[in-house]
Design a protein around this ligand. Structure first.
Ligand code: XLS
Ligand code: NI
Ligand code: NI
Length: 441
């Protein structure tokens, strides 16, 4: 039985199409450089926002009554699977992602929760046999239930640590069974509210112990997906341990975990940390740690994770620039960790939202590809740092200069000549590319 009766398969119709249920820019088979758009972009639907979210916020109840919502319990979970694969097919998306609690309700006991999960995972496995949509990643929800009030791996309560470990163990088994490309760790409540009651050192040590155990267990069962840490500075805790790429990287390096993890960069988390999306992507990329992306956007006027579908072409272009410079996302993808607004409560909106996000990244991909082909920024940057390719600069880079040598050099220098950074001109060039490439789409 179809859940999205009014909607057929969404196809590419090109930029002049007036059909709201068609792609204007995302043409999966079209080649950009040496890969198709589908291979570059690796879009994924987030189960939680699209099949579970109901539009509730701290001030009001849900606004979205979905066609599967008359079911309860396991029947609801099963109906969601049916709806999910119908949407995946109609949108032609190659991937999806979920938390354990998104796909199956928690039982009275952990055993019963496992049983519920097994039933739904059986069903997912069956659907995946005939569907092209694969699992980009799954994760364990270690933040909603009251038991996680003080955190999970960083809880003050060892029983909670054990319970969280069991959930992740099960999650890894599911990842292995469903052939997940990655497994995500987002530290929902792994942070603190006040130092007055917090053993910061023990919490960080325990988080590292937990992640090491996960690495060991993945090896034990032969799960070869990529482990991803998803940094976020705050919300729900005041201070989250995986604050941003820089601090999470320092944590991984401190505890000898850096070889087992990459980052899942979420746009809105970057902005919450006071960075741009492209800053976080660049930081991850230059350290060889860019794994996957939670594609959404925040609102500069609001200080929380608004998780909007990405429509800002400037941002999708700069993001795709980083991704292309990274040589792609490897096993990662662009997961729409994004939700329709509370006022967009009809099922059609789920489709419009995904179409908007997919088209926006398709434009970003094309513009970024052209920028790279024409070496727009590369040439500028090469020229800007030229002083490090010759003379004293080269000695600094090659490690043959020391303070004595540099002092001697500085003492004989005349007035130092600097050159303009040309920021405004570069922004105009970026605008030109956006407009030019868009005009030829
Ligand atoms: C919340 C996070 C979450 C993770 C998965 O802010 O983005 O949705 O992606 O647990
Ligand atoms: Ni996310
Ligand atoms: Ni988020």
């Amino acid at each position: 039985m179809p859940y999205f009766k009014t909607i057929g398969t969404v196809c590419y119709e090109g930029p002049t199409s007036k059909n709201p249920l068609a792609f204007k820019f995302y043409n999966p088979e079209e080649k950009v450089g040496n890969k198709t758009m589908e291979e570059h972009l690796r879009f994924s639907v987030a189960y939680w926002h699209t099949f579970v979210g109901d539009g509730s916020d701290p001030f009001g109840v849900g606004t979205m009554l979905r066609p599967w919502d008359h079911y309860r319990g396991m029947d609801l979970a099963k109906a969601r699977v049916e709806a999910a694969f119908e949407l995946f097919e109609k949108l032609n998306v190659p991937f999806f992602c979920f938390h354990d609690v998104d796909i199956a309700p928690e039982g009275e006991s952990l055993k019963e929760t496992y049983k519920n999960l097994d039933t739904i995972v059986d069903m997912l496995e069956e659907y995946m046999k005939t569907s092209k949509t694969k699992l980009l990643w799954n994760t364990a929800n270690l933040f909603t239930h009251p038991r996680f009030v003080h955190g999970a791996a960083t809880s003050c309560n060892a029983d909670v640590f054990a319970y969280a470990a069991a959930k992740v163990k099960k999650g890894l088994e599911i990842a292995k069974r469903l052939g997940a490309e990655n497994y995500v760790f987002w530290g929902g409540r792994e942070g603190y509210e006040t130092l007055l009651n917090t053993d910061l050192k023990l919490e960080l040590d325990n988080l590292a112990r937990f992640l090491h155990m996960a690495v060991d267990y993945a090896k034990e069962i032969g799960f070869d997906g990529q482990f991803l840490i998803e940094p976020k500075p705050k919300e729900p805790t005041k201070h989250q341990y995986d604050f941003d790429v820089a601090s999470a990287l320092a944590f991984l390096q401190t505890y000898g975990l850096q070889d087992y993890f990459k980052f899942n960069i979420e746009a809105n988390h970057a902005t919450l940390a006071g960075h741009t999306f492209e800053h976080e992507l660049r930081m991850a990329r230059i350290h060889g740690m860019l794994g996957s992306v939670d594609a959404n956007q925040g609102d500069t006027l609001l200080g929380w994770d608004t998780d909007e579908f990405p429509t800002d072409l400037y941002s999708t272009t700069l993001a795709m620039y980083e991704i292309l410079q990274n040589g792609g996302l490897g096993r990662g993808g662009l997961n729409f960790d994004a939700k329709v607004r509370r006022g967009s409560f009809e099922v059609e909106d789920l489709f419009y939202a995904h179409i908007a996000g997919m088209d926006s990244f398709a434009v970003g991909l094309k513009v970024a590809q052209r920028l790279i082909e024409d070496r727009v920024f590369e040439d500028v940057i090469d020229k800007r740092y030229k002083s490090y390719t010759e003379g004293i600069g080269r000695e600094i880079v090659e490690g043959t200069a020391d303070f004595h040598k540099l002092e001697a050099y500085a003492l004989q220098l005349g007035e130092i000549q600097n050159q303009s950074g040309r920021q405004e001109r570069l922004k105009t060039v970026l605008n030109q590319y956006l407009l030019e490439v868009s005009a030829t789409l």
